[in-house]
Design a protein around this ligand. Structure first.
Ligand code: ADP
Length: 607
């Protein structure tokens, strides 16, 4: 955070306001006080001067009305004596003028020559004529001093005997004022310094807890709630600090709760097998869990803040409004030629209490397996219906022909009956195969395992086929006559071998060879049956273990096949913990292999 600039700081503002306040107060007080003081000093000066002049006027009057003879001193001498007595520092000059405008005395020692001369001073003449006192303030043209000029008439009754002309310097009064002003200014200066110091101190008492709170707020923003604001006192700021500490505690608790909830949510989202994507109200991704990233094969960094429509690849077919208002669920097919991959996305809208849409949650499910099972189920039902309908239709037409009179034909009737019998048997085989498969599919399916001497068991089955075969086919056995004991369900493996060997016989040409092999390999036995028949094209070889799959449908049907034999064999071998596969070359022959696990230790025991 930026530091507060000095001129914007509370410190500066406080000190400035304090100084300004004191300055204004001092100015107001100063102006008023100085004015009053000046008035007072000037009036004191005037009244003291007037009193003294009045006394002087009285003395001079007494002297002027006195009758004089040769023995008494002259008026001028008396006046001079009185003036010298009267003279003091604050008086610049005092002179006495008689009624005929003649100067009869002056206090100015250097100006004694004017005694006896007539004065031309207008003010004196006015005073002599009018007989009243005048009072003026003039500026001394040489020194520039302010001078008080008094004209006081010397009267006996109403007769004017003369005038006292007095000049007194007022500079003393103004000097005094200046001194007082200086004292006032320095007093103001001291007051300002003290105020500034007090201002700083006061500002500190406010800013210290505030900067403490600021520091704490910054720490809180970083997630550190351990700090506490120091409470300096129990005033308003102290209360604020206490409230702030309380707020910190509450915030810490709230943050802990939120953090806990967030962790729970993150953990739930991370451990969910379904993908979850949350967006803001503009459809931009704000949260995505790992399964969602895996499902869409994207990284979290690249999809965050991206539009959900783009990430799901549906931006061309849907708008966000449509998804929010109309679509609850979508199936997205990301299948390629190599791999099927289908996702279901369920959308739910996050709404505020006011009804305002706040975002979208999309939950992704991988439904590839589900879809595969579903399509297999549909295909299976279609296959079963088809497989059952074919013999039934054949039978119906033959039975109709018989009912229409063919039963009377001794030649045709047995043939027709034979066909219906063959078709019935095929249907029975088909239903039996379906029952076997359904048993294998059921969850409570159990194998009845026994320890079987496998070479003996294998030979016995081959013997059975060798005895019953009505084809010119040679059987070659490469069976290790070892005491190989295998724990297995004898009926089931018999069924597996029956299917494989009957297929080999079915597809073998006249004079062909069928080889039976039994070898031990990596803790397993590997059984294989090879024929020299038509073989299976390369593209079809992986499908022959699928239900109802037949390379050549017509041929298989003609040979009485149901298309379920190898599918049943595969289920049985897998349930024994073995594996089954085929190798074939078109026109050269086919080998069907299967493995079964063997238990070596038991084998040793038997030995
Ligand atoms: P089916 O009842 O038709 O024989 P299977 O499940 O036993 O059904 O076999 C599936 C398909 O695999 C057959 O229809 C056939 O096309 C092919 N097949 C199986 N065994 C052989 C073999 N030994 N030679 C050639 N094709 C075979």
């Amino acid at each position: 955070m930026k530091k507060v600039g000095f001129f914007k700081s509370i410190h500066f503002k406080f000190v400035l306001i304090y100084i300004l306040l004191i300055l204004i107060a001092m100015q107001i007080i100063g102006v008023y006080f100085v004015r009053k003081l000046e008035e007072q000093l000037l009036s004191n000066f005037s009244s003291s001067l007037n009193e003294r002049v009045d006394l002087l006027a009285y003395n001079l009057e007494q002297e002027m009305i006195l009758d004089r003879d040769e023995n008494t001193p002259t008026l001028e001498e008396e006046v001079r004596a009185i003036l010298f007595d009267f003279f003091s520092d604050d008086i610049t000059e005092v002179s006495v003028i008689d009624s005929k405008s003649r100067v009869i005395g002056t206090s100015d020692v250097n100006n004694q020559s004017i005694i006896g001369r007539r004065t031309t001073d207008i003010l004196v003449k006015q005073a002599l004529v009018v007989g009243s006192r005048s009072d003026k303030v003039l500026i001394d043209p040489q020194l520039g001093h302010r001078m008080k000029v008094l004209m006081v008439p010397i009267k006996q009754d109403s007769q004017v005997l003369g005038v006292i002309h007095l000049e007194a310097s007022m500079e003393n009064v103004y000097d005094q004022m200046k001194q007082i002003n200086n004292i006032f200014v320095s007093g103001t200066g001291i007051a300002l310094v003290i105020t500034a110091l007090l201002g700083i101190f006061l500002a500190q008492t406010i800013t210290r807890p505030m900067s403490d709170m600021r520091k704490q707020a910054l720490e809180m923003a970083k997630g550190n709630f351990s700090r506490k604001v120091k409470v300096y006192g129990y005033d308003e700021i102290g209360q604020l600090a206490l409230t702030f500490n309380n707020l910190t505690k509450k915030l810490q608790e709230a943050q802990a709760t939120t953090e806990g909830e967030r962790r729970k949510l993150t953990s739930v989202l991370a451990h969910m097998t379904d993908g979850v994507i949350a967006t803001d109200r503009k459809g931009r991704i704000i949260l995505v869990n790992d399964p969602a990233c895996d499902m869409l094969n994207v990284s979290r960094e690249t999809v965050l803040a991206e539009s959900i429509l783009t990430v799901l690849g549906i931006q061309e077919d849907y708008t966000l409004e449509k998804i929010i208002n109309e679509i609850e669920s979508l199936v997205l097919d990301f299948s390629t030629n190599q791999k099927p991959y289908i996702l279901r996305v369920n959308f739910s809208v996050i709404q505020k209490e006011t009804g305002l849409i706040n975002g979208l949650i999309a939950v992704l499910y991988d439904i590839t397996e589900q879809e595969k099972i579903e399509s297999e189920r549909r295909e299976f039902v279609a296959n079963v219906s088809h497989e059952l309908r074919t013999p039934l239709t054949t039978m119906r037409s033959y039975l109709e022909a018989l009912a229409d009179g063919a039963w009377q034909d001794e030649e045709i009737a047995p043939k027709f009956l034979e066909v219906t019998q063959t078709e019935t048997e095929r249907m029975i085989r088909l239903v039996n195969d379906l029952l076997s498969l359904s048993k294998l599919d059921s969850t409570d399916y159990r194998l009845t395992k026994e320890w079987i001497h496998f070479p003996k068991f294998f030979n016995r089955i081959i013997d059975r086929f060798e005895l019953t075969k009505n084809q010119n086919v040679t059987f070659i056995r490469n069976i290790e006559d070892d005491r190989l004991l295998i724990e297995m369900d004898e009926d089931k493996i018999t069924q597996v071998l029956d299917n494989i060997i009957s297929n080999a016989l079915k597809y073998s040409p006249e004079g062909g060879v069928i080889q039976f092999n039994l070898v031990k390999k990596d803790g397993m036995i590997e059984v294989s049956v090879s024929d020299q028949g038509v073989g299976i094209p390369k593209d079809n070889i992986h499908h022959i273990f699928e239900r109802f799959y037949r390379v050549d449908k017509a041929r298989s049907r003609k040979l009485g096949g149901t298309g379920l034999g190898l599918a049943i064999a595969k289920e049985m071998i897998l349930s024994h913990g073995g594996n089954i596969w085929a190798k074939s070359e078109e026109g050269m022959g086919t080998t069907i292999y299967f493995t079964l696990p063997m238990e070596n230790e038991l084998e040793d025991d038997w030995e």
